[in-house]
Write a protein of this length. Structure first.
Length: 181
């Protein structure tokens, strides 16, 4: 069995979002790690190599109900059943955030969140969130990056809470300023 690195915060990102990952690391600090993910195998290796994660972020491209990796892999929620082979990966009441455009949009987004709740959070419980709109990234060279929910879209984040059996126990959608819709 390989040694796993325990971190509170794990930020997985498309390599083109390196500046945003660096900013996350500098702002959150503490027990945090960032890792570029370009393929299914890189994602699997990274998830298998960490433990005790309290906050897991996926900063990738997306579509309704889909996380898109740079190599063309399109992950659906059910894929987390296969990816979740590390029982020490997540802490109880973990928070998981998908920043890819439109991942939480519509019924496909609901299915995605529910599948992640079922397959990734079973035995742990926690909260899963995903944007329901296009996100905008302002890149100022390799050193500065800001990611925003598009102001023209109304900016929404869908958030669902799951108990330890993976059953949804609450849901809400908030706008870009945190107001509940």
């Amino acid at each position: 069995m390989a040694l796993r690195k325990a971190v509170d915060n794990l930020y997985l990102y498309d390599p083109q979002f390196q500046a945003g990952a660096n900013r996350f690391l500098s702002e959150v600090g503490g027990s945090s790690a960032i890792q570029a993910i370009g393929t299914w195998n890189e994602l699997k290796t990274t998830l298998d190599g960490h433990s005790m994660v309290k906050f897991l972020v996926f900063d990738t491209h997306g579509a309704p109900g889909i996380v898109a990796l740079p190599d063309g892999t399109r992950l659906q929620g059910i894929d987390f059943m296969v990816l979740n082979n590390n029982p020490q990966l997540l802490s109880r009441d973990v928070r998981v955030l998908f920043l890819g455009c439109n991942v939480g949009e519509g019924s496909a987004g609901d299915r995605f969140l529910d599948d992640v709740g079922t397959y990734l959070l079973r035995g742990k419980g926690g909260t899963v969130g995903a944007t329901t709109v296009t996100n905008v990234v302002f890149q100022l060279g390799p050193f500065a990056s800001e990611s925003y929910m598009s102001p023209l879209s109304g900016g929404q984040l869908k958030v669902k809470r799951y108990n330890a059996s993976g059953t949804e126990i609450g849901a809400r959608t908030v706008n870009r300023y945190g107001a509940v819709r």
